[in-house]
Design a protein around this ligand. Structure first.
Ligand code: URA
Length: 211
């Protein structure tokens, strides 16, 4: 597994406002959107490209375009949905699939309750969106799900990660270079309820309200 922590003053500034409990839902949503767009730039660094010949008003030239098959962006419901627009802004030709995963609050295990993905992901580059890499259970299950269907590589885009979750992921996928995690920050630890500390609270609740 390869980890990339986005080290940039704009990311640090926006993340601080995002964490603040005084930040309202509308501002929170806007900041998530902006942060994901910044993370998307890093996350797509290895997207497959091919040569493409075009004619400028002056001359013919060989440029670059994103190759087929199209990348697949997969928000993990519900909180990952708040990251979708920020990602597809930079990758508008990507296909979008959905995975509904929830952790059982007692066992902390991930349960898949919805799946809207192509059955065959052979050769596809996949981008998983999940704001909080806490215990790592959901992400490990989602990564397995994509590789079982033939994904070529998986990049998880997260806002915050806990060291405990990164360790679980590292144990599950080892040193596979086809798994990458891009995060805005790695926090201190998990608390007894598996919340990230200092974190930002429940990302889904802060995006959409408590339901
Ligand atoms: N999910 C969240 O929304 N927040 C956490 O801190 C951990 C998991």
């Amino acid at each position: 597994m390869r980890l990339h922590v986005a080290d940039h003053p704009l990311v640090a500034h926006k993340l601080t406002v995002l964490r603040d409990q005084e930040t309202s839902s509308p501002t929170f949503r806007l900041l998530v959107d902006e942060l994901v767009t910044l993370l998307a730039y890093e996350a797509t660094r290895e997207v497959s490209t091919e040569s493409h010949t075009i004619r400028t008003p002056v001359a013919e030239t060989v440029g670059t375009r994103i190759a087929d098959p199209r990348p697949l962006v997969v928000p993990i419901l519900r909180a990952g949905l708040g990251m979708l627009d920020g990602m597809t802004r930079l990758l508008p030709t990507a296909e979008v699939g959905f995975l509904g995963m929830q952790r059982n609050e007692e066992t902390l295990e991930a349960i898949t309750y919805a799946n809207r993905l192509p059955d065959d992901l052979t050769g596809r580059q996949c981008f998983l969106l999940d704001p909080m890499l806490a215990t790592g259970g959901t992400l490990v299950a989602a990564i397995d799900f994509l590789f079982e269907r033939g994904a070529r590589d998986v990049t998880a885009v997260c806002l915050l990660a806990a060291p405990e979750g990164l360790e679980v992921l590292e144990k599950a996928v080892g040193d596979r270079v086809d798994v990458k995690v891009v995060v805005a920050a790695v926090d201190e630890r998990l608390d007894e309820n598996a919340y990230i500390v200092p974190g930002l609270g429940d990302a889904g609740d802060r995006l959409y309200g408590v339901v």
